[in-house]
Design a protein around this ligand. Structure first.
Ligand SMILES: [Zn+2]
Length: 217
């Protein structure tokens, strides 16, 4: 439903819950088709821009308060909901460990991505790969001077400016650099949520839906 069209997957943004649940059901069917597993279970989380990591050890309808989900179980699809923040997906094929991480400005500062990489390595991962999905770009993500200084001090590669020369942050560059120092090869899916009208953008629209980054075993 407008302004959530189409395929909004988030229950917390004011959309009709029945429509969202229908959208999630449709995602479940698509996942089952794509994976060839008849009972693929998507798992969502209640994202708080915090650093909590939740290890999924069984299928449940409860959405844990976390910004990262990790699992080694087959038949579970981990979903991260975004509208400008970065959906980060990671996996290691040898030990079948997968992760979905929500990385916004606060997530970049609180170190959640490094925490997930550490945990995956503790679970036996030795060849983690990552994919960064579409998010707001460095030209569009204008911020105030104080926020700019705080983030750039910790992640210099986020330094950016808008077309009009206002301070801005390139969170993708910051995350790419971080993953590179962690020795995790990363593929970046291009696209800016604020510029691409086919994607949800909180910055552009305020009240809007959430798309999902999804990974499964
Ligand atoms: Zn942009």
């Amino acid at each position: 439903m407008h302004p959530y069209n189409s395929l909004n997957l988030a229950l917390h943004v004011g959309d009709d819950a029945n429509v969202v649940l229908q959208n999630r059901k449709s995602l479940k069917e698509q996942l089952s088709t794509a994976s060839g597993l008849p009972h693929m279970a998507p798992m969502f989380m209640n994202q708080t821009h915090g650093a909590n990591v939740f290890v999924v050890d069984g299928v449940t309808d409860i959405e844990p308060s976390a910004d990262a989900l990790i699992t080694q179980l087959p038949g579970i699809a981990l979903c991260v909901l975004v509208a400008d923040c970065i959906p980060l997906l990671m996996w290691d094929q040898q030990v079948n460990v997968i992760a979905a991480v929500h990385v916004g400005r606060r997530g970049l500062l609180n170190g959640i991505s490094a925490k997930v990489v550490d945990l995956m390595r503790m679970m036996g991962a030795q060849q983690i790969q990552a994919q960064i999905g579409p998010s707001i770009c460095g030209l569009c993500y204008e911020v105030g001077e104080d926020v700019y200084s705080e983030v750039v001090a910790q992640h210099p590669s986020t330094r950016s400016q808008t077309a009009l020369g206002k301070p801005a942050l390139d969170l993708r560059s910051g995350l790419e650099e971080l993953l590179s120092t962690l020795e995790v090869p990363t593929e970046v899916v291009p696209g800016c949520t604020a510029e691409d009208l086919g994607l949800f953008s909180f910055r552009r629209d305020g009240i809007t839906g959430r798309q999902a980054g999804v990974i499964w075993n």
